[in-house]
Design a binder for this molecule. Sequence first.
Ligand code: CAO
Length: 280
Amino acid sequence: LARELKINLSEIKGSGEKERITRDDLINEIKNRISTTTDPAGEEINFSLWGPVDHIPLSKVKKITGTRMEAAWREIPQVTQFDKADITDLDEYRKKLNNEKSPIKTTFLPFLIIAVTHVLREFPDFNSSLSTDKETLIHKKYYHIGVAVDTPGGLVVPIIKDTNKKDMSALSMELEDLSNRAREKKLKPEELKGGTFTISSLGGIGGTYFSPIINPPQVAILGVSRAKWEPVFSKTKKTFIPRYVLPFSLTYNHKVVDGALAASFTQHLGKVLSKTASFK
Ligand code: CAO
């Protein structure tokens, strides 16, 4: 039978006496090959037929995130608006803050949180949720910003509450504390609830633009990539000048927000980030 079906017996592990390959072993192998080539109803594919594999169980966090992301992807009509901010002055200011013997290092995230909170106050639709019957938009009068933190166990999003009431150093300290505890799996359940908007920053790693997925019941999320020096044309100087430019993306629920409003949001965010006065 093996010869007729061109099956190499050395690839089959025998279950019979002294590991002999039985007729049943051969039939099981044939069934396995049929199911892997046709995969009719999402049946498990036997990848080891084509080479060695390892099976690594998904962490609890990865499984929960995966289920939530899958639901968000299926249920929300989401669009991503890409934009850039000139953060040359902001970067100078950040370096100055870090040189002034500040007890804690300031990264870009606290600036982003302040800028986003400022823009959310002017564009309340982005700080909202849809009611379950999808007929009412619930504007939230509080600003609780979730920050995506990459941990060995998977992605965790602790919430910084009342960001409109906190200054740069308070935000820096809270951010450091929350991201450390997220990595040590020491966050309390209530520290992961009640977020009104999320920031996902991959700027420390690299890349130019990505499309983050909305974290329901929120209606928008900001994805931040790595700033780079770029030649920008100056109308007044009539020449290109080097500017430090931050690429960012805003994914929004198109049931709640239209493209024109999303583009206004990102333009406004770009302006806020370009002025150091926004942070003093
Ligand atoms: N452009 C250029 N440099 C940037 C930057 C940006 N947008 N963002 C951060 N950096 C720099 C920082 O300034 C720092 O450099 P210096 O040491 O020279 O100052 C360095 O990159 C590392 O920053 P960081 O990433 O550790 O710090 P952060 O405050 O920006 O971010 C945190 C903290 C918790 C958000 C981050 O560690 C993290 O976990 N990011 C991953 C989030 C994620 O996985 N999102 C994807 C979700 S979808 O799967």
